[in-house]
Design a protein around this ligand. Sequence first.
Ligand code: PMP
Length: 352
Amino acid sequence: MARIRDDLRALSGYHSPQVDVRVRLNTNEAPFAPPPTFSSSLAERLGAVEWNRYPDRAASALRSRLAELHSVPTEWVLVANGSNEVLQSILLAFGGNGRRAVVFEPGYQMHAQIARNTGTRVETIERNDEMLIDIDAARASLSAGEPAVVFVTSPNNPTGRSEPRDTVRALIEQAGEHLIVIDEAYVQFSDTDLLDLLSEDAPVIVTRTFSKTWGMAGLRLGYAIASAELIGALELVTLPYHVDSAKQIAGELALDFVAEMDARVNETVAERERLRARLIELGVDVGPSDANFLLIDTGSRSAGQVWEGLVERGVLVRDCSGWPGLAGRLRVTVGSPPENDAFLTALEEVLR
Ligand code: PMP
């Protein structure tokens, strides 16, 4: 039997349980598909692809459109197969043996998981009572020790809050040779974006994805924005032609629909607030959110039983109650209005 790496043997992969139900509110996907003209134009353009040829290795057209969208030079953009792949490239280039990843818990579990996969030591810092970064603890960690990749997720998954700009700025000011990664997978649902913290010499990488706001989780497209020097470092560890021709075309085409996607994001934000207001009316403990999901506290009820009760009624949410610092918590993705109503009805029944 081939022997797996010792440090991986004890680990289990990251899985969101998939159950076949009517209403799936467990993986923070968009409830809407891209506009119909996106799909028809894409089909047409795919017909013209020279499939016998490798794709444009530099993905120049897509990168330059993204650069234009964010008003940065093309050399400041790297595209990849989902933002998870971007995170992996970051850890391949800046993590590894003798280096550490600093994560704030509760947080997005893949940061720690990818760190371990790449042989990077994981250092965990607990969030404060407001579920935000404890800046003193973070500073203490940065002032000592091996080079670190510090993961700031804003808005954070699964707590939903954006990180105050001053907190992130303070981390950057103290970064020195450490790298600060700002994971902005959900940023379009929030009022705060931290892109302006990037600069030529700041040790900062911002990551984004098409999976949430763009309604394109099936496309697997994400990207990094950072100085040309940092992007160059990530390019050292990406595989040749890693972003295929179809994805490059689809990503570029999606950028013709910014206004439509913005309108959909606004609808999701309005639905999030409606959902939260109704949950509060029902007496459910639910915090504010700057993302497309809400974290609810099932209080005296067992989170596992509430989760099961919802599944029996055809509604799947994410049970986070086993994650560090999240006892009793369920995360529910904001869906379409009928999906949210189905969730509310099911929850009311379960809590009754
Ligand atoms: N970052 C965060 C905070 C996420 O929640 C997710 C998706 N669950 C990702 C990154 C990865 O997104 P993708 O690989 O689909 O771009």
